[in-house]
Design a binder for this molecule. Structure first.
Ligand SMILES: [Ca+2]
Length: 385
């Protein structure tokens, strides 16, 4: 074995994440090894490829083609080279004509990798599978969530997103009607709700929905005033011509006082992104670049919200409305390591309620270099409607 020493100078490069590649070529071909170099303060996620799947399903008629797209974003100061692979179960492999694709994304660049889903040709019968994209580069692997991969003779489908509603409250629920056929479709949409609930208007006429188009049909849903908080199932059904499609959705009736301790199922319901945070009995913590986010999709008629959190050590708590900019809410400015700053911290979140009432809270480390990050013991959110 021989070692070679090379000195790398950053030149005029500023702070950020960079890649240094060493290549050799010999009689057996070329080989490359890549190391990541971090300079200065790196923002969260600024050293890894962003991978985003924007579809929630791939649905295609026999004889047609569909696509599955994944958007790759390179936040680093160097080119990122790798490959994206469509993963789907045995029995569906014939649908992907080119399941492995290479990519090279320049510093700060973005690329959409498109997989063709080919349901034409012999043997392309209807079926329901799933698909995920595995993205590999420089020794890292990222899997997207899996989405349904459906070949169907039925051109119509409906979907409704999960939603929350207050006791006795009313929410506008957006039912999506998708037409993957070749002819426009018009028909009737109904929303089946539990006893005591109402849906207006239901049934209602919809359409026409053009070929390849999605129509959003609003329905006003009201929860009974005498119900207990909990989860309920609603079903949306669309019929058009000879085609019928239905979809179930979970609606959660929220109490006006939300309280949970870390590590409980009540907490898990609100967790949007664990960000590699860690739970122990009765607490959750995040050191250095770790964090977590709770998402409170509150009833639209919410007019005020008050937060109380029991925290200690080097906490940083931020809030954002409707996926907008993060705003600092609470910060420990001393490098506390012994929990001596433990307390119940209160914050009025009313000014952070956006139009959609989607309230996110992010917990992280206010001194991200020395561990001893935020520890959360209890959270209470009181809303006023
Ligand atoms: Ca720290």
């Amino acid at each position: 074995m021989e070692r070679f020493t090379v000195t790398v100078e950053p030149g005029s490069a500023g702070d950020g994440a960079f890649h240094v590649a060493a290549r050799i070529s010999d009689a057996f071909g070329a080989q490359e090894a890549v190391a990541q170099v971090l300079r200065g303060e790196i923002a969260e996620g600024a050293n890894v490829l962003g991978v985003e799947l924007t579809q929630d399903q791939v649905r295609v008629l026999p004889g047609q083609h569909g696509t599955l797209e994944v958007t790759l974003t390179n936040p680093t100061g160097s080119e990122i080279r790798g490959e994206a692979q469509l993963i789907s179960p045995f029995g569906s492999w014939h649908l992907a004509s080119e399941p492995i694709q290479g990519f090279a994304i320049p510093a700060g660049g973005e690329q959409v990798v498109t997989f063709d889903i080919a349901a034409d040709g012999p043997g392309k019968r209807p079926g329901e599978w799933w698909a995920s994209v595995k993205v590999m580069y420089f020794g890292r692997v990222h899997f997207t969530p899996a989405i349904p991969l459906v070949v169907t003779t039925d051109p119509l489908s409906v979907s409704v997103g999960a939603f929350a509603i207050g006791v006795g409250g009313t929410e506008e629920v957006a039912v999506e009607v998708l037409n993957i056929g070749t002819e426009p479709l018009s028909g009737e949409l109904s929303l089946e709700v539990p006893d005591g609930w109402t849906a207006e208007p239901s049934p209602q006429a919809f359409g026409p929905v053009g070929p390849g188009e999605t129509l959003i049909v609003p329905v006003q849903v009201t929860a009974p005033a005498d119900t207990e908080p909990g989860s309920f199932t609603l079903a949306a059904t669309a019929t058009a011509g000879g085609s019928t499609a239905s979809s179930k959705v979970t609606a959660r009736i929220l109490p006006d006082r939300i309280q949970f301790a870390p590590g409980t199922p009540d907490e898990a319901y609100w967790m949007l992104d664990p960000g590699a945070s860690i739970t122990q009995t009765g607490l959750r913590f995040a050191d250095n670049d770790r964090y977590w986010i709770y998402r409170f999709a509150l009833p639209v008629e919410t007019t005020a919200a008050m937060l109380t959190v029991k925290l200690d050590n080097q906490y940083l708590v931020e809030v954002r409305a409707d996926e907008g900019e993060w705003v600092e809410l609470l910060r420990e400015t001393k490098e506390i390591r012994d929990g001596s700053n433990s307390g119940d911290f209160e914050a009025d979140l009313t000014e952070h309620l956006g139009e959609q009432r989607i309230l996110d809270l992010r917990f992280s480390d206010s001194f991200p270099k020395d561990c001893w990050g935020v520890r959360l013991f209890d959270l209470v959110l009181v809303i006023v409607r």
